[in-house]
Design a binder for this molecule. Sequence first.
Ligand SMILES: NC(=O)C1=CN([C@@H]2O[C@H](COP(=O)(O)OP(=O)(O)OC[C@H]3O[C@@H](n4cnc5c(N)ncnc54)[C@H](O)[C@@H]3O)[C@@H](O)[C@H]2O)C=CC1
Ligand SMILES: CC/C=C\C[C@H](O)/C=C/C=C\C=C\C=C\C(=O)[C@@H](O)C/C=C\CCC(=O)O
Length: 254
Amino acid sequence: MSGRVSGLVALVTGAASGIGLATSRHLLKSGAKVGAIDISTNLKSTCDTLGKEFGSSNIAYLPCDVSDDDALKSAFKETKEQFGSLDIVVNNAGIFDEDNWGKLLKVNLQSVISGTYNAMELMSPDKGGVIVNTSSIAGLRPGTHLFCPAYSAAKSGIIAFTKAMKNNLELRGIKIRINSICPAGVETPLVLEAAKLFYSMPQPIIDAVTASSSTEVMKPEFIAEGIMELITDASKNGAILMAEPDKGFTYVEE
Ligand SMILES: NC(=O)C1=CN([C@@H]2O[C@H](COP(=O)(O)OP(=O)(O)OC[C@H]3O[C@@H](n4cnc5c(N)ncnc54)[C@H](O)[C@@H]3O)[C@@H](O)[C@H]2O)C=CC1
Ligand SMILES: CC/C=C\C[C@H](O)/C=C/C=C\C=C\C=C\C(=O)[C@@H](O)C/C=C\CCC(=O)O
């Protein structure tokens, strides 16, 4: 799968808000059909709004808890059944909840792994496809994200999984590309949760994080542009794309 997304079928998790919503909108604007997965009650109104703008036959409303493997598999199958194929998957849903780290690992890491296996099962062996997994700069720099160790572990896990799976797919001759995006702070409800925890930390932690990380936030639409690049640029496979307010987009060197 490379180049234009017009006429292709995409599935986005966490589609009701923030980066997932901006990415779904970008895909629809570019002519793709989108299976929109989210646990939020806002998903219905989000799909209605997107349907009015881009055509209701181009969006599938798929309420689902991504940490429930069976429910996630059904939602993936439903997308293929409704639209006839599955070409693009953005495993993006996530939470910021250090206290509930068991749940965090399921939502932020397990669902990315199960989403990837679902995609591999449903994408066409001839046409192939592309998967983008939303990690975080916290996954690349866990040592500076000392206010959220479990979140950082989940996001590091996504990067390791993406790199290993890229080699796995390539060596088996499977025509699926897999990439990951690693944003720093993005203006969404999730970063407000992060800020709440961050400002409750002891002063030495606040000082250490502030000294090492940007306090600026980016717009979700900017991150969606990076995800679209990872989807459409056929040369990107196993790519880890960082997005930072001061530097913009940079790829992690191998
Ligand atoms: N906002 C930020 O600063 C950054 C966010 N990220 C990552 O980007 C991804 C998207 O987050 P944002 O757009 O920022 O947050 P958001 O809170 O705006 O969107 C996350 C979406 O995921 C959904 N979701 C949560 N748990 C779910 C579950 N169990 N099943 C299905 N859907 C579920 C939520 O309902 C929400 O619509 C996450 O993986 C997050 O970790 C990465 C780096 C920075
Ligand atoms: C931690 C909250 C981030 C921004 C809120 C506010 O705009 C300013 C906070 C002041 C200083 C802290 C900045 C720390 C930033 C980071 O460490 C970023 O990488 C964002 C961290 C977590 C958000 C979720 C994520 O990166 O995946």
